[in-house]
Write a protein that binds this ligand. Structure first.
Ligand code: ZN
Length: 244
C-alpha cells in the first residue's frame, strides 16, 4: 500500500484549507479545534478542483460547525486588565494588575487571583507577553519529570520537547528528529491535558498514523485518553485572538 501523504494549504471562498492527500477511498471534511480550522483528507485520485467543489458544496455545513469556535473567539478578546478572567492549570482566575517601577512579574496571589505586576504605562501586548512568559516557565518546569516518566513507561526516547504558540494544533511531532512541540496554550489546561498531548505525540514515535495500532497504544499507555481529549477540546478555549 502506498502510505505517502502530502500536506498543503489551499484557499477556497476566503478560507484557508488544510489538505491532506493520502491513499484513502473517500474525501473527508473536518472542522477542528481550537479555532474551527477546516481540514480535508483527499484520495490521491482527486485533484484540487475536486477539493474546491467539495468545500463549496458543503459551505453551509462548515459554517454551522465553525459557529461554536467563533463565539469562543469573540469571548476571547483579552485586554489584560484587572478583573478579567484568565485560565491557569485548568482553573479560572481573576487578573489583578498593579503598576510598579520594577521588573514585570506574575504570581498566584491565592486560589482565585493571578497578580500581574508591570511598569506604569505598559501596553496590552506587553502585558500579554509577560503573562505568556509565565505560562511558558510553568510548562517548562513541569516537562522534565513528565518526559522521564513517559519515556520509561513507553520505552521510547525523546530528543527534545519545545513549546510554542500554535494556532491549530495542541502538539506536533517530528518523528525523524524525535522532537515534540507543545502548544503554549496547554498551560491554561488541566495537567491531564498536557499529559494527554505529550503521550499522544510520543505515541507517534511508535506509530506515525492515527490508525488502530495508534489507538491500541494509547489505550495501553493512557486508558483514559478519550476523557482527557474531550476535556482538552471543551470550552473554555484560549484567551487570545485566534486568527483564521
Ligand atoms: Zn497525532
Amino acid at each position: 500500500m502506498n502510505t505517502k501523504t502530502e500536506n498543503y494549504q489551499i484557499e477556497v471562498s476566503g478560507y484557508s484549507i488544510d489538505v491532506i492527500r493520502k491513499d484513502i477511498k473517500h474525501l473527508y471534511i473536518g472542522v477542528h479545534p481550537p479555532n474551527g480550522q477546516i481540514r480535508v483528507s483527499v484520495p490521491l485520485r482527486l485533484d484540487d478542483d475536486a477539493v474546491r467543489l467539495a468545500i463549496i458544496s458543503r459551505l453551509g455545513w462548515i459554517k454551522r460547525k465553525q459557529e461554536p469556535y467563533k463565539s469562543q473567539v469573540r469571548q476571547s478578546q483579552r485586554e489584560y486588565v484587572s478583573g478579567e478572567s484568565h485560565f491557569f492549570a485548568g482553573r479560572r482566575y481573576r487578573l489583578k494588575v498593579s503598576e510598579q517601577n520594577s521588573p514585570p512579574k506574575v504570581q498566584l496571589l491565592n486560589n482565585t487571583r493571578i497578580g500581574l505586576t508591570v511598569r506604569p504605562g505598559t501596553d496590552r501586548d506587553k502585558r500579554e507577553s509577560v503573562l505568556y512568559e509565565w505560562y511558558r516557565e510553568h510548562l517548562h518546569a513541569q516537562l522534565p519529570p513528565l518526559i522521564t516518566k513517559w519515556e520509561t513507561k513507553m520505552q521510547v526516547p525523546v530528543n527534545e520537547v519545545r513549546i510554542k504558540k500554535m494556532k491549530t494544533q495542541w502538539g506536533s511531532c517530528n518523528i525523524e528528529a524525535r522532537r515534540i512541540w507543545l502548544n503554549l496554550e496547554l498551560a491554561k489546561k488541566p495537567k491531564s491535558c498536557l499529559v494527554y498531548v505529550l503521550v499522544h505525540e510520543m505515541t507517534h514515535l511508535l506509530e506515525r498514523h492515527h490508525n488502530d495500532r495508534f489507538r491500541e497504544l494509547m489505550d495501553t499507555f493512557l486508558p483514559q485518553w478519550r476523557t482527557y481529549r474531550d476535556q482538552l477540546n471543551a470550552a473554555p478555549l484560549a484567551h487570545e485572538n485566534w486568527r483564521y
